[in-house]
Design a protein around this ligand. Structure first.
Ligand SMILES: [Zn+2]
Ligand SMILES: [Zn+2]
Ligand SMILES: [Zn+2]
Ligand SMILES: [Zn+2]
Length: 470
């Protein structure tokens, strides 16, 4: 937390820092590395012509970018030339993958199955974060005492878990116990804040809720920007297309992206309502950084406090389970060692049937918002296929935008062989053909209009084909 920020905190709220001084400094170093690598990625991938081929290969392998990095890409006006070159190179690589006769080829299956979660910019950032975490793991494992192991205290939960996962069990136990104490401190401090309702309501709001800043960084890491590209265009599309049947005829937006955007807006609307009825909060309150930051941006301090308290409790529960699992694993190991020693002494297995305990499997809780959106996405891709069985909807689909590459991959893979699969593949190839003509046109016009073409709607819409809309 910088000095300016600290200065703006009302006195009543500063005890959060006194309670847990470690987290007051929390600009998670791994989050910082990830953010820097994101900024670096686009300059390298689209700014250095020697890397264009590698970038094209990566973009082909992932069928484009995630929605958030797609939005970043669209804002990189100074890299326009590189972006146009790379995508012009991606298209001829991609078209053969869309030939129906190749659908069962390993490469097609590999690319299309992995596409929904794949993004070259995310992969670049993840690699940088993994290298940084690797250094922290070595530093933490080599530290002889608490002082030498200090970096742990500034990590956000996600990056702490990355570190913990790479530590040897004995050291992981130390890390988990220490991090649990930090979370407990933060949970108590947030609870106090929530009780002092009056001060909380009077908080000057900056990025949502200034007084909860340090706990936010701990639970959510560095602020995650909104993935949405063009709110107005999406809002208009949502209004004009109350259901998927209208959306498949709409010319400017991928209909599955539109359904996701609708579900996301509904979820955002429902979170404050759920906060009024505490018992259903767990169905709505987010636990992943992206959705935590979505709620934080609503700017309601009390809601932020409630949601953060919930996320902290979920994480505390998760870490307690991890500790229990480690204890159980150590007990099992001890038991097996005792049995082995007895066998070595007597040469016979003990007649006594010893009950070896079962290990505990721990999985982090799925974020309810992520879960909701995944269900909506599955349902929308299934419904698309249902609609496309009818000729009138197939005609509407021809007139409409079609699908972004990510959603095309999902629908195409489950489309039954025959007319449905054919119209999907043909339609997508035609649309990519249109994109190729646009890129050729842009390459011819580029020297004069290098920075003006970027903001134009058709170019933006075309590029969304590779990164979705929501
Ligand atoms: Zn972090
Ligand atoms: Zn990404
Ligand atoms: Zn889409
Ligand atoms: Zn989520």
């Amino acid at each position: 937390m910088n000095a300016n920020h600290q200065h703006r905190l009302p006195a009543a709220l500063c005890h959060i820092d006194r309670l847990a001084p470690e987290i007051a400094e929390c600009a998670c170093p791994v989050c910082e590395t990830f953010a820097h690598s994101e900024a670096e990625y686009f300059g390298r991938a689209f700014g250095d012509s020697r890397r264009f081929t590698a970038t094209s290969e990566a973009v082909t392998d992932t069928l484009g970018f995630c929605a958030r990095h797609g939005a970043t890409l669209l804002s990189q006006e100074h890299l326009l030339r590189g972006i146009v070159h790379v995508f012009r190179d991606v298209l001829p690589r991609l078209v053969p993958l869309l030939l129906e006769e190749y659908i069962h080829e390993d490469r097609v299956q590999q690319v299309f199955f992995g596409a929904s979660s794949a993004c070259p910019a995310c992969a670049y950032g993840d690699r940088a974060a993994a290298r940084h975490t690797g250094r922290l793991v070595r530093q933490f494992s080599g530290g002889r005492n608490q002082a030498e192991r200090a970096p742990l205290d500034s990590l956000c939960i996600r990056h702490f878990q990355m570190l913990a996962g790479a530590l040897k069990p004995e050291i992981r136990m130390t890390a988990l116990s220490r991090y649990l104490r930090i979370l407990d401190h933060a949970a108590r401090a947030t609870k106090k804040l929530l009780r002092s309702r009056l001060e909380l309501d009077a908080l000057p709001l900056e990025h949502g809720a200034a007084g909860l800043h340090s706990t936010l960084e701990l639970i959510g890491g560095r602020s995650v920007p909104e993935p949405c590209h063009d709110g107005d265009a999406l809002a208009e599309a949502l209004q004009r297309c109350p259901t998927l049947a209208e959306a498949i005829a709409y010319p400017n937006v991928c209909p599955v992206c539109l359904e996701l955007s609708r579900a996301r807006r509904r979820w955002i609307h429902d979170v404050p309502l759920a906060a009024e009825f505490k018992q259903i909060g767990w169905l709505f309150f987010p636990t992943c950084p992206e959705h935590l930051w979505t709620v934080i941006r609503l700017g309601d301090s009390k809601l932020t406090g409630t949601v953060i308290t919930h996320a902290l409790q979920v994480e505390i529960g998760h870490i307690r389970q991890q500790i229990q699992a480690l204890v159980r694993a150590a007990e099992i190991e001890e038991e097996l060692a005792r049995e082995a020693a007895a066998f070595a002494r007597s040469g016979t297995r003990s007649k006594r049937k010893t009950e070896i305990q079962k290990p505990i499997t721990v999985r982090p809780a799925q974020c309810p918002a992520c879960e909701r959106l995944a269900i909506v996405e599955d349902y929308a891709t299934g419904s698309m296929l249902e609609l496309l069985r009818q000729r009138k909807h197939r005609n509407a689909f021809h007139r409409g935008y079609g699908l972004c590459m990510k959603h095309f991959a999902q629908v195409y893979l489950i489309a039954p062989k025959g007319v449905l699969r054919s119209i999907l593949a043909e339609g997508q190839r035609d649309r990519l053909g249109g994109f190729a003509s646009m890129l050729d046109e842009m390459l011819r016009a580029l020297p004069e209009h290098e920075t003006t073409v970027m903001g134009e709607a058709p170019w933006g819409m075309a590029l969304h084909r590779f990164c979705g809309f929501a």
